[in-house]
Design a protein around this ligand. Structure first.
Ligand code: CUA
Length: 182
């Protein structure tokens, strides 16, 4: 049988097939199904165990009037406790308001972001803060800034001509006085 591999391959007859499916193809089908199971599990765990859900009605706003009243009429950072802050960020064509957030290192920040016009995105570099900003909805997430430095944030949903210029920066400083010391 040595030196006869071409023939051997040719001899792979129907007895190697399950329901007429080639073993090679069958393995790919198994891998595809396994991947679907993994995806389904991932989405289920995120949705039901980790609580990632579409916003409820209490987080809905009217995009036409949202900027007329507090807190959205005055976006920015508010201290709500020791080392705890809330940041209200407006994402609009084509800028973030505010353009800069300064927080002391170690701060736990709850970020609320909404849009009065079109869909935007908010991604803070080198963090896992990454959210879509949909008009009529308030996106909320929490992050603890444990590292001193500048963390630029960008819009990552294409929103028109000025999309590329839509960015800001989180300044994480080492003193609660807000002054950077080195
Ligand atoms: Cu806002 Cu892209």
């Amino acid at each position: 049988m040595t030196g006869d591999t071409a023939d051997t391959t040719g001899e792979l007859g129907d007895e190697h097939l399950t329901m007429g499916i080639d073993p090679y193809e069958r393995n790919w089908m198994r891998a595809s199904v396994a991947l679907l199971v993994v995806f389904f599990a991932t989405v289920s765990i995120a949705g039901f165990a980790a609580g990632f859900q579409v916003n409820g009605e209490d987080e809905e706003v009217d995009p036409r009037t949202v900027l007329d009243s507090e807190p959205w009429s005055n976006p920015g950072l508010r201290q709500i406790g020791e080392g705890r802050y809330e940041a209200y960020v407006v994402a609009k064509t084509w800028a973030f308001e505010p353009r800069e957030l300064e927080v002391p290192v170690g701060s736990e920040v709850t970020i609320y972001v909404t849009s009065p016009d079109v869909q935007h995105g908010l991604k803070i570099t080198d963090t896992n803060v990454n959210v879509m900003v949909v008009p009529g909805q308030v996106s909320k997430l929490e992050f603890t800034f444990d590292e001193v430095g500048e963390f630029p944030y960008i819009c990552h949903e294409y929103c028109g001509r000025g999309h590329v210029a839509m960015w800001g920066v989180v300044n994480v400083v080492s003193e609660s006085s807000g002054e950077v010391t080195s």
